[in-house]
Design a protein around this ligand. Structure first.
Ligand SMILES: Cc1ncc(COP(=O)(O)O)c(C=O)c1O
Length: 410
């Protein structure tokens, strides 16, 4: 089995199913029984792999984790309840009070809020740099830096940093790179091949298969020597390369309790099976729409990394040779024209998700980023005249007709 789609469909690693069910069963059970006292003791001591309690492991969730592991060629995968749970569990495992992470303000608004409003009061410093300024990045790293965190293509600015170079700088300093690969998934970007240590994904998006369920994934690519992280060093002694996954299972993931439900895991396994088809179609629609929007006089600028006008075009072609997914942003004249445009649409939905089967539109400044001041929004690259389009898998001509309707209303 070599191809992504074949692996996504047939790559089950679950034990043979009693009734020959072709779909993985939903193990909708909180607890699992043991034959005798010794067996349950061994399971609790981690000396015998077994499912004991679904907040820690569950067979359906395990099936999702194993399929993702196979698809991404990762060392280990932990599925969690949402993308934000993936990011918070990963950072809480790597860092502690008195240490820092180096990141950028050009990230998803809730991730910035997690770093600034939730983790900062607990003593974790976040240092913000422009990820395309490699000197600034290197200067920000010190002996208390526990991770470099960035997004593969920033949402909503659509910036593509030189991931290969960032990985090289991080590793020179003995620091792991944590990459949010939500908008590409392992289908468009194989983070392991680029030396990324940990990938976090909101599987709520492309993987859920049409906005069916919340979910998140933490992928350890097995590249980083966890002995170099003071918090993980004791785990590394006992579990070697499995230190990070062990620390999640025995501590952060278990104690925070943001586990994925077996029902969601079942939906997300089904989503994985059609992932490549859906990404191909939404990427093809997105490049066509981006090129069409670029030609419209009312549109000031279109941001999409596969447009030749994008400053990231060459890098995006190199990093993502099969496409850059369905998200694009564009600027109209003002806040009011953005609202008039959105309100005239009849097919494209006004909603705050991305990578649904349906095309969605949002005005980021007045919604996702509304809690931030004008200065903060400017620093985060979010302007009042920007709209974000998450392009779905509908017929391209219907989408263009609806965009035309929006422009006519201006
Ligand atoms: C890039 C990115 N990362 C993480 C998240 C958070 O994912 P979730 O809503 O599943 O918590 C989002 C949500 O939009 C996102 O766009």
């Amino acid at each position: 089995m070599k191809g992504f789609a074949t692996k996504a469909i047939h790559g089950s690693l679950l034990k043979p199913e009693a009734h020959g069910s072709l779909r993985p069963p939903v193990y909708d059970s909180v607890a699992f029984e043991f034959s005798d006292s010794r067996q349950i003791q061994l399971a609790f001591e981690g000396r015998k792999p077994a499912h004991a309690y679904s907040r820690i492991t569950n067979p359906t969730v395990d099936e999702l984790e194993q399929r993702v592991r196979l698809l991404a060629d990762a060392f280990g995968v932990v599925a969690v309840s949402s993308g934000m749970a993936a990011i918070s569990n990963a950072i809480l495992t790597l860092a502690e009070a008195g240490t820092n992470i180096v990141t950028t303000r050009w990230i998803f608004g809730n991730t910035y809020s997690l770093f600034e409003h939730t983790l900062k009061p607990w003593g974790l410093e976040s240092r913000y740099v422009d990820m395309t300024d490699e000197k600034a990045l290197a200067d920000a790293i010190d002996d208390k830096t526990r991770a470099i965190f960035l997004e593969v293509i920033t949402n909503p600015q659509m910036q593509v940093a030189d991931i290969d170079h960032i990985v090289a700088i991080a590793h020179e300093h003995g620091v792991p790179v944590v990459l949010d690969g939500t908008v590409t998934t392992p289908y468009l970007f194989r983070s392991r091949d680029h030396g990324v240590d940990l990938e976090v994904i909101s599987s709520t998006k492309y993987i859920s298969g049409g906005a069916t369920s919340m979910g998140g994934l933490i992928l350890d690519n097995g590249l980083f020597d966890w002995k170099k992280n003071p918090k993980l060093a004791p785990y590394a002694k006992q579990y070697g390369p499995g230190a990070l996954i062990a620390a999640l299972r025995h501590e952060v993931y278990r104690n925070v309790g943001a586990c994925q439900s077996p029902h969601n895991a079942s939906l997300q396994i089904l989503g994985l099976e059609t992932l490549s088809l859906r990404i191909d179609k939404s990427s093809a629609n997105a490049i066509s729409l981006a090129k069409w929007l670029e030609k419209q006089p009312q549109v000031k600028v279109v941001n999409y990394p596969w447009l030749e006008s994008s400053p990231y075009y060459a890098r995006a072609k190199h990093l993502f040779p099969h496409g850059v997914g369905g998200i694009l942003t564009f600027d109209l004249a003002s806040h009011d024209t953005c609202f008039a445009f959105q309100d005239a649409l009849r097919l494209i939905r006004r909603a705050t998700n991305i990578n649904d089967n349906k095309t969605l539109i949002i005005h980021p400044s007045s919604t996702i980023f509304c809690e931030f001041s004008e200065e903060q929004k400017a620093a985060m690259g979010v302007s009042d005249s920007m709209l974000r389009l998450s392009v779905g898998i509908e017929d391209e001509e219907d989408l263009i007709e609806d965009l035309q309707r929006g422009l006519v209303a201006l």
